[in-house]
Every structure is written in structure tokens, then in C-alpha cells.
Design a binder for this molecule. Structure first.
Ligand code: ZN
Length: 241
């Protein structure tokens, strides 16, 4: 039940539905922007200029650079722009949830569908069986992953290679790497490390998705996240997050 049923999209290997309300909102905003630009007499205004005129958006969006990742060690592989919405979190939306997903497929399947503009959904991160992490959407932005607009706006989504009904999908390397990723997110946005703030897709209100499923070892995962959070970020390489 819930909004996802009205989308008419069929999942292609991933467990994710589209977010129909999101698309409509974006279209309406685009129309408004178009109207404003015409009213100002053929002036071509960029996002920042419009924001200044309107006075109710953040004046300066956080600068972005191609290939920059939020999580140290992650590999940047951009998702299709159709599967997320540009934002400036946490300036415009507070981030206070991490949502755990399972692909119902392989790592490369997740990459493929998240790069497909027709898919209508994607997560910020995809974790491979061997612990490798791809970042596909900046944490600044709203990814369409939870099938619930409010949850998308407040959360970071992490996808895990594998299948909900296959316990062997969830390797130690995957748990460890995902836990470090989640601990970093919790540190960046001051999110409490507990099961109220780190949730499964199945726990999102109105969802009909079951991931990460009964074989996801929450106790083990939360223990690893806590351990990572308590560890001083002491590695000398890289820039501070
Ligand atoms: Zn999911």
C-alpha cells in the first residue's frame, strides 16, 4: 500500500519504487521558475540570482566539484539526475535518518538501474559484497530511495548488494564497511546511533518493501556502527569531512 502503488513503475532488480509526488513537485517548481523568468523580460537568471531575488532560498549553495565524495574511500559513480533532487542539506533539510536497503540483485545491477533515468529511484551509496562503496548522489541532495518524500528529505540511503532471503549475501566485509559509512554519516550530522535513527526500508511509513529482510543482523551492525563512531577518525590521509 502507500504512494508507491500509484507510480506504475516496475522494479528492475532493485527493491526501490519511484516517488510520484516528487516528480509532480519538481514539474510545478519548474513551471513557476519559467513564469518568473518570462515576467522579468527575457532575462536569463541562474539559480543563485533567482534565489537572491526571491530572498527565501539559501543565498549560496554549497560549492560542488565533480567527483567529490562525502565518505572517505568511496568511489564516485553518478546516478542519473532523474533519480534524485538537488538540495543543500543540511541547510535546507535536517538529516537525521540513515535508511538501510538491500538491492535484490548484484552491485552492478544497482549501479545500472540508478544510472537509468527511467528507474525513478536511487540511493546515495551502494555497498558491494567485498566492502567497496560507490557514492552515486551527494549527501547534499535528496535521493529517491525510501518511497516517502519526507523520509527522502531527511535521510541518507545505503544500498547493499545481495538478496533479502539469502543470509550469505551479507558478508563481514560488507557489514564492516557499511558500518563505517553509517558512523561517518552519524558523525557529520550529529545523528544518534540507535534503531530509531538507523532504520531499514521496511520500517519506513507506508512502504511495502521488506528490505533489508530477516537475515540482516541488526545487532551486529549496530555494534559495528557504535564501534566506528567511538573510534577517533585518526587516519592521516585525506581531508577532514
Ligand atoms: Zn529498499
Amino acid at each position: 500500500m502507500g504512494a508507491e502503488d500509484t507510480s506504475g513503475t516496475r522494479d528492475t532488480g532493485s527493491t526501490h519504487g519511484a516517488e510520484p509526488a516528487e516528480g509532480r513537485g519538481t514539474a510545478r517548481r519548474a513551471l513557476l521558475l519559467g513564469g518568473a523568468a518570462v515576467g522579468l523580460g527575457a532575462l536569463v537568471l541562474g539559480h543563485d540570482e533567482l534565489g537572491r531575488l526571491w530572498g527565501h532560498r539559501p543565498r549560496i549553495s554549497t560549492p560542488r566539484e565533480d567527483g567529490v565524495v562525502d565518505a572517505r574511500g568511496a568511489q564516485w559513480i553518478a546516478a542519473s539526475g532523474a533519480n534524485w533532487r538537488r538540495a543543500d542539506r543540511p541547510a535546507d533539510y535536517d538529516i537525521d535518518r540513515v535508511v538501510i536497503h538491500v538491492v535484490q540483485g548484484e552491485y552492478r545491477t544497482a549501479l545500472r538501474v540508478f544510472r537509468d533515468p527511467g528507474h525513478g529511484a536511487a540511493t546515495h551509496y551502494v555497498v558491494r559484497k567485498d566492502g567497496h562503496v560507490a557514492q552515486m548522489i551527494r549527501e547534499l541532495d535528496v535521493a529517491f530511495h525510501a518511497g516517502n518524500r519526507a523520509m527522502n528529505e531527511r535521510s541518507v540511503g545505503i544500498e547493499h548488494e545481495g538478496f533479502v532471503d539469502r543470509k550469505s549475501s551479507f558478508t563481514h566485509a560488507m557489514y564492516a564497511s557499511s558500518a563505517a559509512l553509517t558512523a561517518g554519516i552519524c558523525r557529520r550530522y550529529d545523528i544518534p546511533v540507535d534503531r530509531e535513527h538507523i532504520i531499514g526500508h521496511v520500517e519506513v511509513e507506508g512502504t511495502d518493501h521488506t528490505d533489508p529482510g530477516p537475515h540482516w543482523d541488526w545487532e551486529r551492525y549496530m555494534r559495528l556502527v557504535r564501534r566506528e563512531r567511538d573510534r577517533k577518525p585518526a587516519r592521516a590521509t585525506g581531508t577532514p569531512a
